[in-house]
Design a protein around this ligand. Structure first.
Ligand code: LFR
Length: 490
């Protein structure tokens, strides 16, 4: 019987259940269920509604059963760094707080007064983002932490609710900034700094480990398939990289969704002085690889603009409007912290342009174009830095994820970076999740075989640099960033 695989892929703004089967050496993908996600203010903090997410997953699985699939394999991936505190009775103590909550604003400064930044980077190789689990735990309610039996990362917690089995998967665990890069275990000293004991975490497992069966008896109000859960690369970005069919030997990727994660796959971590200076991270990838990358603000900015316009325009309409305006009409350091969670993104962008003495974008098209132009420039600048740190030239860029559908952004990126861009698949995260399941079930031999299947199964569009266009723009942008306080990336 043809095996059926389901990817539960949940991002900050939406979740989906994608079903796949291998047919004639190709991956066939069908979206079975999609739902909105987001955080809301509750008990003083921006929190995820984790019970709602789990309910939507069960509804999706019910649809799958009713569509005639009675036995499936399932993997779960979500965004990283956030966690659920679980008490001794096995239940969550509260809803998880979002990484965009403001509680960690000063945490890096406070914690690194005790253990220096250099030491933390040396130990973990992880970039400094003030929302890393390390800083969230540092700011955690001490009473709740004392009552906590297990600290579970979001996808592991979902897996635990579904199966009763608790693990800590390493691609996601690495984003805590608490795993020792060399030893692959939690750094005792960092744990002590945040008052956490090693036994408060479940046991570490690698991507591609069977977890257990869905406890159908506990969810009797749903009509569910017989489901074997596999722990995949549970960090969405790790799944996206597995799902990226790189071209050639020196390829970089952008996993383009709420965030743009720009980097390359390494077999050996790179945590030397240049990587430290540029705040590059060595997140663990599936199968012993490292995701050497940088977080860039990404389509979050467009998502907020869409929301600020009361959802009057779809993403493709915004891109359409943008394409009618002039690119590079203003320079913006899109990684400025002020864009992490502003009250109103449009006003924040306008204020930034006003304060820096630039033309203020007004129409929805101009605002969207300001974001796309500066994303393209930021990407191009980061590729230069990446080349410098790794010591060889990146020659192709694979853009995957929802953002790979924005042809305008792909073309601008290719031209200002002077590099061939391959765009797609847009569902790389779900595809990477499915690929790890297929490898675990021995239906596919390994990651290179999976990537060949992905190349053969999905449309990948090629964008070439437009010669002679926007000459000197990137240099002007870099000069702009280096002028007073504009270069400080988060
Ligand atoms: C992307 C992502 C990034 C991570 C950020 C916060 O969805 O997982 O990799 O830095 O969200 O968790």
């Amino acid at each position: 019987m043809t095996k059926t695989y389901v990817a539960v892929d949940i991002g900050a703004s939406s979740g989906r259940l994608m079903l796949s089967q291998l047919k004639n050496g190709k991956m066939v993908l069908t979206e079975m269920h999609r739902f909105k996600n987001g955080f809301t203010l509750k008990n003083g903090h921006d929190r995820w509604d984790i019970d709602h997410i789990i309910k939507e997953i069960l509804l999706g699985l019910q649809k799958i059963k009713r569509a005639g699939f009675s036995k499936v394999s399932l993997g779960i991936d979500t965004w990283a760094v956030d966690y659920v505190l679980v008490g001794k009775d096995g239940n969550k103590l509260d809803d998880p707080i979002s990484y965009r909550d403001k509680r960690t604003t000063n945490a890096i400064k406070e914690l690194t007064a005790k253990v220096s930044k250099g030491q933390i980077y040396q130990k973990t190789g992880i970039q400094f983002l003030d929302f890393n689990t390390l800083y969230q735990l540092f700011e955690e309610n001490k009473e709740l932490l004392a009552q906590t039996d297990k600290i579970m990362m979001i996808p592991d917690y979902i897996g635990y609710v579904l199966t009763g089995k608790a693990v800590l998967e390493t691609t996601n665990a690495s984003t805590t900034q608490m795993l020792s890069l060399r030893e692959g275990l939690f750094d005792q000293n960092l744990l002590q700094e945040v008052n956490v004991r090693p036994d408060q975490f479940p046991k570490l497992v690698d991507a591609g480990t069977p977890l257990g069966k869905l406890k159908r008896e506990e969810f009797q109000s749903y009509d569910l398939p017989d489901t074997d859960v596999i722990t995949v690369a549970t960090h969405d970005t790790a799944s996206a990289v597995v799902g990226t069919p790189g071209i050639g030997h020196h390829w970089a990727y952008i996993s383009s969704g709420t965030w743009s994660l720009l980097g390359t796959e390494l077999n050996v971590p790179e945590n030397g002085p240049d990587a430290y200076k540029e705040n590059y991270t060595n997140e663990w990838g599936a199968y012993g690889t490292y995701r050497f990358l940088k977080n860039i603000m990404g389509l979050w900015m467009v998502q907020c603009v869409k929301r600020d316009l009361n959802d009057k325009y779809s993403f493709s309409e915004l891109a359409q409007l943008a394409s009618k305006t002039k690119p590079f009409s203003q320079f913006i350091n899109i990684n400025d912290e002020r864009f992490v969670n502003p009250k109103n993104m449009i006003q924040e962008i306008q204020a930034y342009c006003q304060e820096t003495g630039q033309r203020v974008p007004k129409t929805p098209g101009e605002i969207a174009m300001a974001i796309y132009s500066n994303l393209a420039l930021f990407y191009a600048y980061e590729i230069q830095k990446l080349n410098h740190i790794i010591g060889y030239q990146i020659d192709t860029l694979n853009i995957v994820g929802g953002g790979s559908n924005v042809a305008l952004l792909n073309q601008l990126t290719s031209t200002v970076a002077g590099i061939d861009v391959y765009a797609g698949p847009s569902e790389a995260t779900a595809i990477g999740n499915l690929a790890v399941q297929m490898i675990t079930r021995s239906a596919v031999a390994n990651v290179s075989a999976a990537r060949q299947i992905i190349k053969d199964s999905f449309v990948i569009k090629h964008f070439k640099p437009e010669q002679g266009k926007y000459l000197g723009t990137l240099d002007d942008y870099i000069n702009f960033l280096h002028t007073a306080n504009r270069g400080g990336a988060i």
